[in-house]
Design a protein around this ligand. Sequence first.
Ligand code: GLU
Length: 281
Amino acid sequence: MIPYRGRLAPSPTGLLHLGHARTFWTAYQRAQQANGILIMRNEDLDPQRSKHEFVTAMLEDLRWLGIWWQEGPDVGGPYAPYIQSRRRKFYLEAWRKLVQAGFVYPCRCSRKDLARSAQAPHDEDDEPIYPGTCRPHPDITPSEPPESPAGLNWRFRVPESTETAFKDGYFDTKSYVSGRDFGDFLVWRRDDVPAYQLAVVVDDAAMRITEVVRGADLLRSTARQILIYQALGLEQPAWYHCPLMLDNQGQRLAKRHDALSLRALREQGKTPEEVTAIFKD
Ligand code: GLU
């Protein structure tokens, strides 16, 4: 039996709210039940939106809630650094392999979706399907990658109308069709920022994660990530997507719901036990 390794992968772009807390609580419970290791990874790739004060807040708020991790930016561990902005060399190596094998091509289109690709695409802000403007002819032999990806966008070429199915610990079997549910997606931005989809696969594989626990709004991204695992010849982890928490209007909780941030709940005098009791309902 391979020992269980789970992860918490928050982005420091705002305060964590009740929805994040419930997902992270589930990740913590699953690691505990499996007698496993839980790691904390700071996903600070987006240089415009990541803020140092949110890094401190997310670590503090999760500790307050009673979640403990055995490896992370604050405690170290065998797969350090646990901070994405310091892991560039691993992403570059994967990018180079993907270009050499013809899975990834340069793209000169200027589109709005580029700006957001360093962040995980939570359902409503998912990338639109790329129309294929810069997609090379399939017979073109893959070329030697340039020294650096900077100056061009780089896209993963998804197989035409192909189903990618996976077993999820909560939702059971899920399946998405490339070309219909998602198109050629970004792995690197022209301003030299690696995209979330590439970084998360490289890190989950490098850190030997055996189960990914995260929100259901990333189910579709799991299909994209499986394509990267396959292209790089890596073994995929098990998947467990948690149902999303909704507000009174039925909207997904987002960082804009400041009143439901862990910070605010704590300032209102709620105890960690009162917060985690909400998750058991
Ligand atoms: N860092 C991502 C986010 O906060 C989570 C990515 C993941 O769990 O795969 O949205």
